[in-house]
Design a protein. Structure first.
Length: 274
């Protein structure tokens, strides 16, 4: 075994060790979240790394405090509508930018993507005023409407559509299909992996959102993340039920990511390929 081979193996082992340590650091807060939720109420502030004996009392206390099932259902509806709406808008916009040539196309595309760089706090006040005039405050639809346009989604889909074989589109036009038919019968079926991965990312982002729902839903805990506020008070925080609800909020997206993480990674990798 040469010195070069030994050095390469040592570098590889060091890289793997660094990745393992980084992974443990990232996973530990999630582990501690579920460990706290599964402790007995009297042991909730314990620093023991292993929750023993295990107890589901915190989940029962959380269910008595808030409507956990209703909050989960509302959060799912908001996340699903937001993800589907963003996918539809991004699909139409990306199709126009990738398949058509029109004046100021590049400038308009850069301006459109540039909105991604604008902090949400800048657009929050105009959106809030608009929802007030439309009478959509304190409603789930008011949470969804301002999020229907995603510059990130348009950027990713445009990259995929730019790599789409133009010969297929030309052949479809020769067959007499219009643009709308080409989009749904030729382009979309070939972009299903990218659409699925992007939909997962948009769903997770909408599921985890706290700030905008907190602004719109002023007098109600309509989504799961806002329900956590019920366990915070001037007399002290109820850490056990809070961690139980937080664990329930994390569980769906964690399972979704574990099941479909390959599609998510492939979507980012392929978005940079021509």
């Amino acid at each position: 075994m040469t010195e070069t081979t030994i050095a390469d193996r040592l570098r590889t082992a060091g890289s793997h060790l660094m990745l393992a340590v980084t992974a443990l650091i990232c996973v530990f807060p999630i582990y501690w979240l579920f460990a706290t939720a599964l402790r007995r109420p009297e042991d909730v502030t314990s620093l023991s790394p292993v929750p023993w004996p295990l107890s589901v009392a915190n989940f029962g206390n959380a269910a008595r405090e808030v409507d956990v099932a209703g909050l989960i259902a509302n959060t799912f509806v908001v996340a699903a509508l937001s993800a589907v709406g963003q996918l539809l808008v991004a699909l139409l916009a990306a199709y126009a930018f990738a398949m058509y040539a029109f004046p100021l196309q590049r400038l308009l595309y850069l301006a459109f993507v540039g909105t991604w760089l604008v902090p949400f706090q800048v657009t929050m006040l105009p959106n809030y005023i608009l929802l007030t005039r439309l009478g959509l405050l304190d409603s789930l639809i008011g949470v969804v409407v301002p999020t229907l346009c995603s510059a990130l989604a348009i950027l990713l889909l445009r990259q995929h559509m730019s790599a789409f074989p133009k010969e297929l589109v030309a052949a479809a036009r020769i067959d007499g299909r219009n643009s709308w038919s080409i989009l749904w019968t030729v382009v979309v079926p070939n972009l299903r992996p990218a659409l699925a991965a992007l939909g997962i990312l948009l769903f997770i982002n909408a599921w985890n959102d706290y700030f905008w729902p907190a602004v719109v839903l002023r007098r109600s805990n309509g989504v799961l993340q806002l329900g956590l506020r019920s366990f915070m008070g001037t007399e002290g925080d109820q850490w056990g039920p809070m961690m139980a609800v937080a664990g329930l909020a994390c569980l769906p997206v964690l399972l979704l990511y574990l099941l479909l993480q390959r599609q998510i990674v492939n979507a980012f990798v392929r978005s940079g390929l021509k």
